[in-house]
Design a protein around this ligand. Structure first.
Ligand SMILES: [Zn+2]
Length: 178
C-alpha cells in the first residue's frame, strides 16, 4: 500500500495556470505601490504562525509567504484560500516549475548553494514517500497545469479581497461619525 492511498500528501505541488501568472495578491499590492499592505499580511502571519513552516513545521529564519489557491474546474474560478508562511524548501516545491525546470531557477538555486536533489529530498522527507512517487506527483501536477492553462480564470481573493478591505475601512470611518 502506498502513501497515496492514505489520501492527500502534506506537501503538494500546486502550479498556477499560466493565464493567471503575476495576478497574485502580492503582485496586486506591488503594482498598486502599497508594499505596506503586504508587510501587514506578513506581520500577521508571524503573529499567528510564529517562526515555523506551516507545512513541515520546521523552524526557519527564512519564511516566505505563500498564497494557496483552489480551482473550480467547472466554472473556472481561482480562489485565494489562505496565505501561509513556508520554509524556502516547501515554497520551492510549490513553484517547482521555476526551480526544477527553468534556467533562471537553476541559476538561482546554484547561487543559494543547493541542488535540485535537495528540493526533491525535502518533498520525500515531508511526505514520507519515494522519489518515484515524487516523479508521479510532479507529472500529474504538470498535466493539470497544462489543462488549466487553456482557460481564463475569474479570480476570487476571498477574505483578502482589497475591495472588501476598503469597504471595512469605510465602515469603520463611518462608525466614528455616528
Ligand atoms: Zn517547510
Amino acid at each position: 500500500m502506498t502513501i497515496e492511498s492514505h489520501g492527500k500528501m502534506k506537501l503538494t505541488i500546486e502550479l498556477v495556470p499560466s493565464t493567471v501568472w503575476y495576478l497574485s495578491i502580492y503582485q496586486f499590492y506591488k503594482k498598486a505601490r502599497q508594499p505596506q499592505k503586504w508587510h501587514e499580511i506578513k506581520r500577521r502571519l508571524f503573529e499567528k504562525e510564529g517562526r515555523f513552516c506551516w507545512i513541515c513545521r520546521e523552524e526557519s529564519a527564512r519564511l516566505e509567504a505563500h498564497e494557496i489557491w483552489s480551482y473550480d474546474d467547472i466554472r473556472h474560478i481561482q480562489k485565494l484560500e489562505g496565505i501561509h508562511h513556508l520554509c524556502h524548501f516547501c515554497h520551492k516545491i510549490k513553484h517547482i516549475g521555476l526551480w526544477l525546470h527553468t534556467q533562471d531557477g537553476e541559476r538561482m538555486l546554484k547561487k543559494e548553494g543547493f541542488l535540485k536533489e535537495d528540493i526533491i529530498r525535502h518533498f520525500c522527507k515531508v511526505n514520507g514517500c519515494s522519489w518515484e512517487e515524487f516523479k508521479r506527483k510532479e507529472d500529474e501536477a504538470f498535466r493539470v497545469w497544462k489543462q488549466r492553462s487553456r482557460f481564463q480564470w475569474k479570480q476570487d481573493f476571498g477574505e483578502y479581497d482589497p475591495a472588501h478591505e476598503r469597504k471595512q475601512q469605510e465602515n469603520l470611518t463611518l462608525q466614528r461619525f455616528l
